[in-house]
Design a protein around this ligand. Structure first.
Ligand SMILES: [Zn+2]
Length: 364
């Protein structure tokens, strides 16, 4: 490590980052005050009239401690509370100009860390759940205008994330809407939310529609639910990458299948620790997935909410697995991206140059 920590200088690739989850805490406080929305989403009985499942699970409320409104706005104690917090953040974003600010600040933070490419999740079905009058196209336009300002230093595309909790009908409606927005750097879809109660089979038609319309498909799976959820994401949704996927490890044959098919895992170490998906007393499951020949990539999920950044995730992985592993994971991310071949070659060259960089003056 003569050149100092690789994480500080290696180019960074986002394959699993939710734009809304990157909202700076200070901006969340300002936007919530501006729009007079609470810092916590507290589902009420009868809230969410959609026939196929509302955002909230009414039986489990945020704990009293998590509702403490002083200090850090990004506090939560369970995966369910994290989902509520994500909802509260989404509620504070009311107008296209709020999303423009979110994207502008995201770009500033990304460039400061050496991010060169990103496929970012956005959740239009959550936006309109809380703000039915929001103009989705105008909002996407506002976001994309800010993301394009990052060029030529970095290039970003969007993967709208369907929300399992809203059910199949909503997912199909969302896909139909976003399929008309490929001029706005939308390259595919993802799906997130409660995988325990809203399994992949509900969404096979929405994914088939997306595929038929030229959209790439990825899915969160195996974050909370077991290996069957990961298998279904691959077989029923035909997901080309798996968000998290760490519970696939409970099924040896599935891990072998994912390794053989070279289906990448989007690993978010801090996120998994914070939500309890990965147990603190064990090495993170990515170590095992990598050892078993799976394609591991590293990202930060909802960086602001999890009090992390992509650079910190890279540094964490470098400390745990070493610089050679980090370099391999970044190379994997370039390969796993949906960027065109010439862009991948450029990213490879930037990666090679950063790895070969001589020691900076004064750095030990
Ligand atoms: Zn995610």
């Amino acid at each position: 490590m003569a050149n100092g920590p690789l994480a500080a200088r290696i180019p960074k690739i986002h394959l699993h980052c939710h734009l809304e989850g990157a909202l700076r805490g200070s901006t969340f406080l300002e936007l919530a005050a501006k729009h007079r929305v609470p810092l916590r989403y507290e589902p009420k009985v009868g809230d969410g009239s959609s026939s196929d499942g509302a955002y909230a699970e009414r039986s489990r409320r945020p704990s009293r401690r998590a509702q403490d409104r002083t200090g850090d706005p990004y506090r939560f104690e369970s995966f369910q509370e994290f989902l509520y917090l994500f909802a509260a953040v989404s509620r504070s974003l009311r107008e296209p100009e709020d999303y423009a600010r979110l994207a502008r600040e995201f770009v500033a933070d990304a460039l400061a860390q050496g991010v060169i490419y990103g496929e970012l999740f956005v959740s239009p079905s959550v936006w309109t759940y809380f703000n039915p009058r929001l103009d989705v196209r105008a909002t996407m336009q506002a976001i994309v205008a800010e993301l394009r300002a990052a060029r030529p230093h970095a290039t970003f595309a969007l993967l709208p994330d369907l929300t399992r909790n809203f059910g199949a009908e909503n997912a199909m409606a969302t896909v139909r809407t976003i399929a008309t927005m490929t001029d706005l750097d939308i390259i595919g879809i993802s799906i997130g939310g409660d995988e325990l109660r809203f399994p992949a089979r509900f969404f096979a038609d929405a994914f088939a529609y997306a595929r038929a319309n030229g959209l790439r498909c990825v899915a969160h799976a195996g974050e909370v639910d077991g290996p069957a959820s990961v298998r279904d994401a691959v077989e029923l949704l035909r997901a080309e990458r798996i968000g998290h996927g760490i519970r696939a490890l409970h099924d040896r044959a599935l891990v072998e299948l994912l390794a053989a098919r070279r289906i990448p895992f989007e690993i978010c170490p801090t996120s998994n620790r914070r939500t309890g998906s990965a147990l603190p007393e064990h090495p993170h499951p990515y170590v095992d997935l990598d050892r078993r020949g799976c394609v591991v990539t590293i990202d930060c999920d909802d960086p602001a909410i999890f009090h992390t950044t992509i650079e910190r995730e890279y540094a964490l992985v470098e400390r745990e697995a070493g610089p050679a592993a980090l370099e391999r994971y970044v190379r994997n991310a370039i390969g796993a991206s949906f960027a065109p071949a010439h862009a991948k070659r450029e990213m490879e060259a930037r990666l090679a140059a950063a790895v070969a960089e001589p020691p900076a003056a004064g750095r030990s």
